[in-house]
Design a protein around this ligand. Structure first.
Ligand code: ADP
Ligand code: TYD
Length: 203
């Protein structure tokens, strides 16, 4: 099973990915927890080009190509081998992030993003959990970390609001795959919802 967590910056994806991985391991599953951009050594090198530095350093088109280059490496080296070995893969972000961050916020690049995805990647997760919450609250959570990887957070609140709308409309577009989770609650309540959804899919 191939699972992705999606949502705006600071919505709790990595927290919930770790909780879900722990839950599934405790239930006896072999789990690979990974993330994008990154998830393989070469893809992690590309990550640094994307998440650090001046917000304007790349055009949305160039960004789309770099994210897909990183994704292809992640798919070849980490995701595909794990799925072929029968493991569950949980990724913190996948192609939906490109559809929304590059495809729907700074001009309409969705067609460009879809064409590259089709040519270079061609797979979708079995299940995508979209962590949805108020962008102002998420931004406060995210910037409080000061990770040095805040290039996208620095686009500011209106950008995060556009992202939220973009993720919600993806859920309408792919209703069989995408589930919206109310992420504005405490971590235990969110984890319980996710656990129930995933265990239901696994049985
Ligand atoms: P993301 O991976 O989506 O950017 P994180 O899981 O890194 O989000 O969470 C961002 C910050 O918010 C972290 O400091 C984390 O500890 C905190 N956090 C995560 N989930 C919650 C929650 N449900 N309530 C309050 N704070 C949270
Ligand atoms: P991530 O490490 O998940 O950041 P955060 O923990 O703040 O959510 O992702 C790094 C940034 O890259 C994040 O701001 C979202 C952005 N991103 C894209 O713009 N397009 C993509 O395809 C992916 C995978 C991430």
């Amino acid at each position: 099973m191939f699972l992705s967590l999606e949502g705006i910056d600071g919505s709790g994806k990595s927290t919930q990915a770790t909780r879900l991985a722990d839950t599934l391991r405790a239930a006896g599953h072999d789990v690979v927890q990974t993330r994008e951009p990154g998830g393989a050594p070469g893809a992690e090198e590309i990550r640094r080009l994307l998440v650090e530095g001046d917000p304007e350093r790349w055009s949305p088109e160039t960004e789309t190509l770099l994210f897909n280059a990183a994704r292809r490496d992640h798919l070849e080296r980490t995701i595909r081998p794990a799925l072929e070995a029968g493991k569950i893969v949980i990724t913190d972000r996948f192609a939906d992030s490109t559809r929304v961050y590059q495809g729907a916020t700074r001009g309409d690049l969705r067609g460009f993003a879809d064409a590259i995805h089709k040519a270079a990647i061609g797979v979708e997760p079995d299940l995508t959990l979209i962590l949805d919450m108020d962008p102002a609250a998420a931004l406060t959570r995210g910037l409080a970390r000061s990770s040095g990887e805040d290039r996208f957070e620095e686009f500011g609140l209106p950008f995060q609001q556009a992202l939220r709308a973009g993720f919600l409309s993806l859920a309408d577009e792919f209703p069989a795959r995408c589930h919206i989770i109310d992420a504005g609650r405490d971590a235990d309540a969110i984890a319980a919802d996710i656990r129930a959804l995933v265990l239901d899919r696994l049985t």
